[in-house]
Design a protein around this ligand. Structure first.
Ligand code: 5GP
Length: 230
C-alpha cells in the first residue's frame, strides 16, 4: 500500500505533518482569517476594554496553585466547595490539575443590595456531608468579602476537619469584611473584570482570559436602589 502524501514516516505519532505547498499558500493567501492577537477581536469580547490576565498566565497560575494544593492535601483528599456561576472555569481547571482526590460541591448564593447594604444568602444546604472532612472553598473573586464570609460560616457550621480558601482573583481595595484567604491567584486593582467564568449581565463567561470593562455599572442593583428623601 502506498504512503499518503505529507505523513511523517516515523513511529512518533505526535509529530505534526510537514507543511505542504497548498498549506503554505493558504497561510499567505488573502482569504486567511486574521489572527486574534490580543483576544479582543472576536464578537464574544465586544465591549471588553483590555485583557488583564491572558489565557497563558491563567493556565500557568492555575497549575501552580494546583501543585501547592496537591502538596498541602497529599495525605488525603479535599472537598472543593464553589459558588455558582462565576467559579465554573477556575474550579474545573483547578481540580483537573490537582492529583489528589477532590470531590466538588457546588452551591448557589443569592445577593441582594438594598438600603441596608449588601447581603447574601445560600438558599440550599450542602448535598455532600462536610463533617470531619478537609474543605477548600474555591472562589472566582473576593471583592467586599461578604460572599466568602457567608460560605466560610456555612462550611464551619457543618463541623469540617479544616477549612481553607483559594480564590483566583482578590480585590483587597474593596474589602468590607475581614476574611482569611490562604491561596490567591492574582491580586488586582479595583476594576470590574469579566471572562474565565465571570460575567457582566450574563455575558463574557466564556472568554478564555480575564478582561476589564471600564464602563460597567457595579453592583448592577444599585441602579434600582430606592431613593429616600432626607
Ligand atoms: P463580594 O461578596 O466579595 O463583594 O463579591 C463576590 C462576588 O461578586 C463574586 O463572586 C462575583 O460574582 C461578584 N464580583 C465582584 N467583583 C466582580 C468583578 O469585578 N467582576 C464580576 N464579573 N463579578 C464580580
Amino acid at each position: 500500500m502506498g504512503t499518503a502524501p505529507n505523513t511523517v514516516k516515523n513511529n512518533n505519532i505526535l509529530s505534526p505533518p510537514r507543511p505542504c505547498v497548498r498549506y503554505a499558500f493558504y497561510m499567505t493567501s488573502t482569504t486567511a482569517k486574521p489572527r486574534r492577537s490580543n483576544g479582543l477581536a472576536g464578537p464574544a469580547a465586544k465591549g471588553v476594554d483590555r485583557v488583564l490576565i491572558s489565557k497563558t498566565r491563567l493556565q500557568r497560575r492555575v497549575k501552580e496553585l494546583a501543585a501547592e494544593l496537591s502538596a498541602e492535601y497529599a495525605e488525603g483528599e479535599v472537598v472543593c466547595v464553589g459558588a455558582l456561576n462565576g467559579v465554573i472555569c477556575f474550579l474545573a481547571d483547578l481540580v483537573r490539575e490537582m492529583d489528589i482526590p477532590a470531590p466538588v460541591e457546588l452551591v448557589h448564593v443569592d445577593r441582594f443590595i438594598d438600603e441596608r447594604g449588601h447581603t447574601v444568602e445560600m438558599p440550599n444546604p450542602f448535598r455532600e456531608s462536610l463533617r470531619g472532612r478537609d474543605v477548600l472553598i474555591v472562589e472566582d473573586i473576593v471583592d467586599t468579602g461578604v460572599t466568602l464570609k457567608l460560605l466560610v460560616d456555612k462550611v464551619l457550621a457543618e463541623n469540617p476537619a479544616s477549612v481553607k480558601v483559594c480564590t483566583l482573583l482578590d480585590k483587597p481595595a474593596h474589602r468590607e469584611v475581614d476574611v482569611q484567604i490562604d491561596y490567591v491567584g492574582f491580586s488586582i486593582d479595583p476594576v470590574f473584570v469579566v471572562g474565565y467564568g465571570l460575567d457582566y449581565e450574563g455575558f463574557y463567561r466564556n472568554l478564555p482570559f480575564v478582561g476589564v470593562v471600564d464602563s460597567a455599572v457595579w453592583p448592577p442593583a444599585l441602579l434600582e436602589r430606592p431613593k429616600f428623601d432626607s
